[in-house]
Design a protein around this ligand. Sequence first.
Ligand SMILES: [Zn+2]
Length: 472
Amino acid sequence: MLIRRAEVDGQAPLDVRIDGERIIAVERGLSPSPGEVVIDACGGALLPGLHDHHIHLLALAAAERSVRCGPPHVRSEDELVAALRAAAEREPAEAVIRGVGYHESVAGELDRHVLDRWLPGRAVQIQQRTGALWVVSSAWIERFGVDDPSRGHPPLERDVERRTTGRLYRLDGWVRTLGRPRGAPPSLEAVGVRAARFGVTGLTDATLGNALKELRILERAVRVGELKQRLVVMGWERLPTPRLPGVSLGSVKLVLDEAELFFEAAVSAARVAHARGRTVAIHAVTRTEVVFAAEVFREAGVIPGDRLEHASVAPPEVAALVAELGLTVVTQPHFVRERGDAYRTDVELRDQPWLYRCRGWDALQVPLGGGTDAPFGEPDPWLAMQAAVDRRTESGHVIGPGEALTPERALALFTTPAARPGGTPRRIAPGELADLCLLDRPWRLARARLASEDVRATILGGLVTWDREAGS
Ligand SMILES: [Zn+2]
């Protein structure tokens, strides 16, 4: 394949020749060989394909078939109930009605009684926006017989009268298995196509519950071409090495929950992971969790590639701890846009300037990568780049203006190698893998908008995975 008249690293026009899955030449004035596929870039910027360093693929596929239960999709109880009832009417009576992205600003705290009132007699499951909580209806509890510890189900939250509340914390993997029809693995086709449309050539699935079954589902999705990306799978410490080229094993994921922090357990889990040659990724959102995670790493030791997911609140003294330990941070600046208006009321005032930091991490030389955290954030990395640059909430308030990045730095959050989210961005040079994202305009125009609409073609290992002109 020959990509002609592209802009590479600000230089144009350059021609890029690809042989097999690698770039073999980047020069001026290459002429096409007989039979060679030629793409005329017309001066558009050719970038390394994007890598989303933190995403949850199976949850994203499931979210596509779910009712959106939070802003901007619904903003009031009436709107939410209408959306749920519309879904219930479309589905057969025995179907589970699934909602995602719930936020308390819509209709307050939920429990099974609220869901029973909204959709009497229906099996309903609604996930809170953070992903940590599912709320299920009485019919759901009955359907899956989960109010019966003798069947080996995890204990459920109960009220003072010992009745289940329908609130299931940190049981996402379990809820997902129950809610899915038996047999057929979920299709990741729509997820893979959309990511290719955004110029994404690599994905890191950061799901805590990834075990052998999830690994096999993800491998299959790559093998049959549903996913058109290279894949890194985090999860369980005992996951075997993937059998498929293009799929590799990522960090062992540990999730902290401020309500239940077990220091010894976390340290020993990190040590076990390291002993197996795996890096560790700790999910840490609050100020306390970030400090705790740093202390876990201090005690267990740090190996290159160990990372903090989110590190959402990082005031200077906390950021200094992270920097001192040499940890990588994988951030989600678009939460400033998507959730910023809620943060302005929910997050302590003293912590607000330190939300989803970017430039602050750069200043401390903490390696910084970007991830969408979809479905908990929007899956478009370009929206994350925009938010990293403008730091604006949906209503236009600016959070942490001192944390803003240049468009070039924002792009780099997503062009670093899969195994080093905060490392040196990948290059377009002979010998490199031909994982590429071609824009329809030069970078000087693209940088002013950072829009996924500008992606004209995506190439993975020398094969076109998205071609805007062809619409596929
Ligand atoms: Zn996540």
